[in-house]
Design a protein around this ligand. Structure first.
Ligand code: DGL
Length: 264
């Protein structure tokens, strides 16, 4: 198999990034790694998340990936340096991609960011946004209940709507015009969140932004696959939990096959 794009996440959430990559780069081989045995990462300590990120990076590099995509905001927030230091191939992550998109979208320079507690506590989005434009005010809110609600499939459920209204109150009161969905689970809530925030707020979907960034990186570095045969997709997971297939397919938007279980 010609060198693949390596994508990793704490579990199934990163499949929203894989889905966007498949649409944007339909000829690329993809190797996905989801740490389904140890998810969620969003509530764990920085040291633990960095340790897990190192193990996954080594696993994918061993499979000769040509670029690494950190499709997990939590790992990108607290372990980006650890991953980059280990990797001889380019590393892209959802936070840089989402931050860049937010900077391009905001007119009033008031941006909201939602994510897991680890992502929000790290302040990584504000730092990434300020690297581009230090005048932008960033208002963040951790939304820990969104991950289980999405995994439950409650994408358009009254409970999810009420939860969103409650969480978003604190960012909406600042008059933001852009809201970054800083967790790979959240793109599945996009229609519901858009209806809660109204039509005047632009939602930055880190999965779409990531696929764009990957496409331009492959183009710039002449790393695009030159083969029009169908690509190969392989999914490594550390466990096959209850309802894995149906949850995974919801994230991926297509059949999930070629799943291999890794025992460390
Ligand atoms: N995939 C993680 C993220 O994007 C969310 C799930 C977790 O807490 O591990 O932040």
């Amino acid at each position: 198999m010609e060198n693949a794009i390596g994508v990793f996440d704490s579990g199934v959430g990163g499949l929203t990034v894989v889905r966007a990559l498949m649409e944007r780069l339909p000829f690329e081989n993809i190797i996905y790694f989801g740490d389904t045995a140890r998810v969620p990462y969003g509530i764990k300590s920085t040291e633990t998340i960095a340790h897990y990120a190192r193990e996954i990076t080594e696993f994918l590099l061993h499979r000769q990936v040509k670029i690494l995509i950190v499709a997990c905001n939590t790992m990108a927030a607290v372990a980006h340096q650890v991953i980059s230091d280990l990797s001889p191939v380019p590393v892209l992550d959802v936070i840089s991609a989402g931050a860049e998109d937010a900077v391009a979208q905001t007119r009033v320079k008031y941006v909201g960011v939602i994510g897991t507690p680890a992502t929000i506590n790290s302040n990584a989005y504000a730092r990434a946004i300020h690297q581009h434009d230090s005048e932008i005010r960033v208002f963040s809110q951790a939304c820990p209940l969104f991950v289980p609600l999405v995994e439950e499939g409650w994408l358009d459920h009254e409970v999810t709507r009420l939860t969103a209204v409650e969480y978003l109150k604190t960012v909406l009161c600042h008059g933001i015009d852009t809201l970054v969905l800083g967790c790979t689970h959240y793109p599945l809530l996009k229609p519901l969140l858009q209806s809660v925030v109204g039509g005047n707020i632009f939602l930055v979907d880190s999965a779409g932004a990531m696929a764009e960034a990957a496409a331009s990186m492959l183009h710039r570095m002449r790393l695009k696959r030159n083969d029009e045969r169908p690509p190969e997709y392989t999914y490594y997971v550390t466990d096959v939990p209850l309802r894995f297939q149906s949850i995974g397919e919801r994230f991926l938007g297509r059949t999930l096959s070629n799943v291999r279980v890794v025992k460390w």
